[in-house]
Design a protein. Sequence first.
Length: 438
Amino acid sequence: MGLTLPPKIEDGSAVVGVIGLGYVGLPLLHAFHAAGFRVLGFDVDPKKIQALRRGENYLKHLGPEMVKEMLSAGRFDVTDDFSRLAEPDAIISCVPTPLGTHLEPDLSYVEKTAQDIAKTLRKGQLVVLESTTYPRTTREIMLPKFEARGLKCGTDFFLAYSPEREDPGRKDFNTQTIPKLVGGIDPASTEVATALYRKAVKQVIPVSSAEVAESAKLLENIYRAVNIALVNEMKMVLTAMGIDVWEVINAASSKPFGYQPFYPGPGLGGHCIPIDPFYLTWKAREVGMPTRFIELAGEINRHMPDYVVRRLALALNDRGKALKGSKILVLGLAYKPDVDDVRESPSFELIEKLEQLGAHVDYHDPHVPATHKMRHHDLQMKSIDLKPQALKDYDCVLVATHHQAYDWQSIADNAKLIVDTRNALRNVKGRRDHIISA
């Protein structure tokens, strides 16, 4: 190829830069560091930069030693100075791709990052986008900004897409062991990006184009969103019939083929499943294709917090208590168990809806001691001290996240009324007439 990058990848002398040091970028930076590369992390948040320079890991599920180990090895640096993007030989962008107010893609972070990279782009550099997005983003948004510098992709620089597949808190897979898809703008870019990832990830799967890799990521998340919507709808229907949806799911799971269990909940959380399907529905309009199936799934999943609030209000009503003026305790602020990840968590919407209806709401989460300002929410709340007497003071306890740290038996013994959206109290002993499934 006539450039110096492939040999640098092979001998491990390439510098790997990662933009966006969040739930995707930080573990990816660590994976390349563990593979022996010198790494340089970029982030716009100075608090993250300062924490990492002190050896502190703000992503608790990754463990306190990860950053300290990278610091002690001497091949690790972080910065909020994006003029240093000329230093890395490979630049991997892991910036957010949220939705706008009308469920339209917000690619402002991707575009700003591409502009920053373009300012210092030099011959021989590899650029990879990992942020989930609609097909042709890499080719239509990033490539023109780079080629405007007079450089030719596949000859002067390389450009590829490789979707992130992180699942925070998961124990059986991590960044190094989750198979990695790679699709380049051209064959040369695919080859170089594949060579880089193979140094840090056990299995790398090259595909024919960036568009295939972009679409595969959307399919993965849409598959989950649609199936979760299915069981959410089944929950509402079966509950109205007096049938336990959780027992039904367990019964169906006994079939050894043709079925995979998904589980209902109070709504969708995390950065991927509540957001990514709408990237495809938006792009599909460009080619005049409807996405009714995907949009219906989104409608059902977005409706779940309203369903939970209604179930809670009816449960209080059956006990002669109005929702207005009631004291409600929400258990779990994180969107999934045993992590501190609150991105798109339905708990925020549940709290806001309950407060709008006049309830007095507190929350407890062992992993989230206090809330912080987010894109759509700013609750300004702190986790209460969860004690048996505290449980007795609430008119209703709403189980939103089933953390392992919770003593479900104590909760069942001390709470007046429990609305359980996660089947978390299925194994408690004693009376169950105060436990409502939602």
